[in-house]
Design a protein around this ligand. Structure first.
Ligand code: PMP
Length: 421
């Protein structure tokens, strides 16, 4: 049956989309932290940050159904849900970030941030990390080096190595990162390009859930601002409480971004995203550009977004991410005592990375072993992904409703899979 589905998918959708796993997973239903295949077999979802409050959360489903039954339309009429939600969302940000513009995907939010940064600064140059992923539009795919050489980048994009404590050899990673950003700016200027923005995830994601000391970004942000550019924090992965004890990843760095982009967890699976920015940036953009997004901020999306924030508050999910994330990391560190392939355990809240190495001294990436392990974990009913230049870093991002028992099951399954490896 799965083979038929794969063939049908390729015939209908073409070859650009990739499926995950050697033995692709067929999912028919989700509930809480669990996904179910057609035979009813449960899979513990620690794969993706989308189902932030848990799959098909009843409060979110009810809000969606209620609003869909009353009104859903494009965004050129006056309606209150968009304003109610904008107020609720902006209240979660420092007051300096006073405006929000809604889109449907994280890619569009970053695309909009790129346009607004250009309008505000008059620059056209952008700096991103070496393996960043920021989205699929033509402009943003050029700022997504993880897409590889298939997307050519012009002179207006510069990449800098992501800061990595584990492989830093004792260097001051904040200092090195800031110096690399400064060098990228010089390089741009030498070609007559004025910098517009530094665009970075506030927990490195595609680059490998790296050991980034909280605070590493602040110096680099000073450098881009001194050069007339702005800082865009991509919160599509870390945002909405995942890092535990704070709502946004940038709060770990003790800095205020000029713009923030959010997506994935915002609608718990419903497609919605946004750019949040300082009002003078949004003003500058509005003076020079028109913007219309048929579905961005539609009534159903706003009702869903509101329900997601309500669940995060009512169920104390930020605190849960902090507590369960901490005990999960303790469990993983305990595993590292048994399995020498574990080189490093890191992360914040329920955004956890485990780097696998062939040898703890040379730190040679255990790339093939990681691929085998991820597939084996799937056979054992636990879903995770890999990241980093060698894809040897386990990327663990369960729903924020993950319980201590879920974390124990996760660690025990990883223990078995590592023993089998
Ligand atoms: N930024 C980051 C950090 C992401 O991980 C993603 C999605 N993987 C995006 C932007 C793009 O979001 P979307 O797929 O919703 O367009």
């Amino acid at each position: 049956r799965e083979r038929d589905l794969i063939a049908r998918r390729e015939r209908l959708l073409g070859p650009a989309y990739r499926l995950f796993y050697t033995n692709p997973l067929h999912i028919v239903r989700g509930e809480g932290v669990w996904l179910y295949d057609p035979e009813g077999r449960p899979y513990l979802d620690a794969y993706n940050n989308v189902a932030c409050v848990g799959h098909s959360h009843p409060h979110v489903v009810a809000a969606l159904s209620r609003q869909a039954a009353v009104l859903n339309t494009h965004t050129r009429y006056l309606h209150e849900t968009i304003l109610d939600y904008a107020e609720k969302l902006l209240a979660k940000f420092p007051k300096e970030l006073g405006n929000v513009m809604f889109t449907c995907t994280g890619s569009e939010a970053n695309d909009l941030a790129v346009r607004a940064a250009k309008a505000y600064t008059g620059g056209t140059g952008f700096i991103v990390t070496e393996l960043a992923y920021h989205g699929v539009t033509d402009a943003v795919s050029q700022l997504s080096p993880s897409l590889g050489p298939s997307v050519p980048r012009g002179d207006h994009v510069r990449t800098v190595p992501a800061p990595d404590l584990y492989r830093s050899g004792g260097q001051d990673v904040a200092e090195v990162f800031a110096r690399n950003v400064a060098a990228a700016i010089e390089d741009m200027r030498a070609k007559g390009i004025k910098p517009a923005a530094l665009l970075v995830d506030t927990i490195l994601s595609s680059d490998g859930v790296l050991s980034d000391p909280p605070g590493f970004l602040a110096k680099a942000v000073d450098v881009i601002r001194a050069a007339g550019g702005v800082f865009i924090a991509d919160e599509v992965q870390p945002g909405f409480g995942r890092t535990g004890a704070q709502m946004w990843g940038f709060e770990r760095h003790g800095l205020l971004p000029d713009m923030v982009t959010v997506g994935k967890p915002m609608g718990n699976g419903h497609p919605m995203a946004a750019m949040i920015a300082k009002p003078d940036i949004v003003q500058a953009f509005g003076r020079t550009s028109r913007y219309f997004n048929t579905f961005g901020g539609n009534p159903v999306s706003c009702a869903v977004g509101m329900a997601v924030l309500e669940v995060i508050e009512r169920e104390g999910l930020m605190e849960n991410a902090r507590q369960v994330g901490a005990s999960m990391r303790r469990g993983l560190e305990h595993l590292a005592e048994k399995h020498s392939i574990i080189g490093d355990v890191r992360g914040a809240g329920l955004f956890v990375g485990v780097e696998l190495v062939r040898d703890r001294t040379s730190r040679e990436p255990a790339a093939q072993e990681t691929a085998r392990l991820i597939n084996d974990m799937r056979e054992r009913g636990v879903l995770i992904s890999g990241a980093g230049p060698h894809a040897n870093i386990l990327k663990i991002r369960p729903p924020l409703v993950f319980s201590e028992e879920n974390a124990d099951l996760f660690v025990a399954t990883l223990d078995d899979a590592l023993a089998a490896l």
